[in-house]
Design a protein around this ligand. Structure first.
Ligand code: ARG
Length: 481
């Protein structure tokens, strides 16, 4: 059987062999072979159920489990490999079993079909890999949190429309990325609850007339329950599409972080320097140092989104139940898993080793009249309607622009001309609120935003405490503890 004679699980009713063109189109073993360990797990569970159903003797079960173990080690050692003649992973493994057990190997197929097998294998594969992906996300969250801790009190220009808006703590901005990633992890954990349903026992589509025990198989494979509808079980690929959405969302978040890092590392910003280990050079310009990791993180989001689109398009309009179109589910899923596992460690390494140029950040923070809102709010605290305060400070900004001054350069007299309420004096001390000069300092502006969720350094440190707890919980989930 080790020759290249096509190994088929369905030859009985066919007179001639398949056309080469069909074989080439049909074969999936070149990409589904990575499901082999999961297929073997499911086979062990199925063998035990066949034994309990009286369809395998104790001695047959032992030989079957022994052969499955042996086949698994042979796969691991690379001694058992699929050949071009095996249609898919299930076919290749059945060949391996027949080579070891002779006709006994053929008993394992009773009561199951590749339709319920492949749906089970892909769920097992994904539930396993989602935990690895979460571990990699936790590493990125941790890298961002360490930088945020160091820069909780580092002022930076906060932007909207990519224009200076209001000063923020740079740590606050870094933690904004962490919050997005914690939601990504939550989504995967939530996905896992829906994915924890076992299709085994559904057979081709209608269940089995043999006395199998789907609940026992489900439990053995770590699923929460067996599928309650065999037709749904073999046709459902929601779990794959939903995973691909989660992966695409992670990709979009990584692309946003990547884009920020590209900007921050530019000559125009100079907020950070990416470590040499995470930068590349130019083949022609000796001075160049490029943030390729950040750019690739941004670029890879395209294929993650593409995988989701690809599977949704495949699924759209398929009738129940299994259709061969469903074989197209695996490559986008594998590609998205591979992509995330490739990108995440690189982004984590880049973030944890980047050097933050605090002096540049602090100096840029007030630029662009970023304290104008603080000034308007000071007038509000002194009884001015916000609408009027907004107008007054707007005029002040124009005056500054015309006279090439910054808000902080204005004298008390100049301020008083705009609004008498700016006048410093006893009233200021009496109401206990910050005065004009305090409001016009970046650290004062940061500290003033001290309500829950605000950018005050103390609130950023509070955020860190709660995020650490959340991320620890996510790490524990990923490691199964
Ligand atoms: N290789 C197929 C897939 O990936 C599973 C085989 C089911 N084939 C069939 N003809 N019923 O979906």
């Amino acid at each position: 059987m080790a020759d290249n004679k096509p190994m088929r699980l369905w030859g009985g009713r066919f007179e001639g062999g398949p056309a080469d063109a069909l074989t080439r189109l049909s074969v999936s073993v070149q990409f589904d072979w990575r499901l082999a360990p999961y297929d073997l797990l499911a086979s062990r569970a199925h063998a035990r159920v066949l034994h309990r159903a009286g369809l395998l003797t104790g001695e047959e079960l032992d030989r079957m489990l022994g052969a499955l173990d042996e086949l698994e080690s042979a796969c691991k050692r690379g001694e058992f490999r699929p050949t071009v003649a095996d249609e898919d992973v299930h076919t290749a493994l059945e060949r391996g079993l027949l080579e070891r057990l002779g006709s006994l190997g053929g008993k394992l197929r009773a009561g199951r079909s590749r339709n319920d097998q492949v749906a089970t294998d892909l769920r097992l594969y994904l539930r396993d890999h989602v935990r690895t992906i979460v571990s990699r996300l936790v590493e990125l969250e941790t890298a961002l949190m360490s930088q945020a801790e160091e820069h909780a009190a580092t002022a930076a220009p906060g932007m909207t429309h990519l224009q200076h808006a209001q000063p923020v703590s740079f740590g606050h901005q870094l933690l904004a990325h962490v919050h997005a990633l914690t939601r990504d992890v939550d989504r995967l954990k939530d996905w896992d609850k829906r994915a924890a349903v076992s299709p085994l026992g559904s057979g081709a589509l209608a269940g089995s007339s043999l006395p199998l025990d789907p609940a026992a198989v489900a439990a053995e494979l770590g699923f929460d329950s067996p599928a309650p509808n065999s037709m749904d079980a073999v046709a459902d690929r929601d779990f794959a599409a939903e995973f691909l959405f989660c992966a695409a969302m992670i990709g979009v978040h990584l692309s946003r972080l990547g884009e920020e890092i590209v900007l921050w590392a530019s000559q125009e910003f100079r907020w950070i320097e990416v470590d040499d280990a995470y930068s590349t050079g130019s083949s022609i310009m000796p001075q160049k140092k490029n943030p390729d990791v950040a750019e690739l993180a941004r670029g890879k989001s395209g294929r993650l989104i593409g995988s989701l689109m690809s599977l949704l398009t495949t699924l759209k309009g398929l009738p129940l139940t299994y259709n061969r179109d469903l074989q197209e589910d695996k490559e986008p899923v594998f590609d998205s898993v591979d992509t995330l596992l490739l990108v995440l460690p690189a982004v984590s390494g880049m973030v944890s080793t980047m050097r933050v140029n605090s002096a540049k950040l602090e100096a840029s923070a007030p630029e662009g009249f970023a304290l104008a809102t603080d000034l308007a709010e000071l007038l509000v605290r002194r009884g001015v309607a916000f609408r009027d305060a907004h107008e007054a400070v707007g005029h002040l900004v124009v005056w500054c622009q015309v006279n090439d001054k910054d808000l902080g350069d204005l004298t008390d007299e100049e301020l008083a001309k705009v609004s008498p309420h700016f006048a410093a004096g006893p009233a200021e001390a009496a109401d206990g609120t910050p005065g004009v000069r305090e409001v016009l300092s970046v650290q004062g502006a940061l500290a003033a935003r001290s309500a829950f969720g605000g950018t005050a350094p103390d609130r950023v440190r509070d955020q860190l405490v709660s995020l650490r707890e959340i991320v620890d919980g996510q790490a524990a989930w990923a490691s199964g503890s």
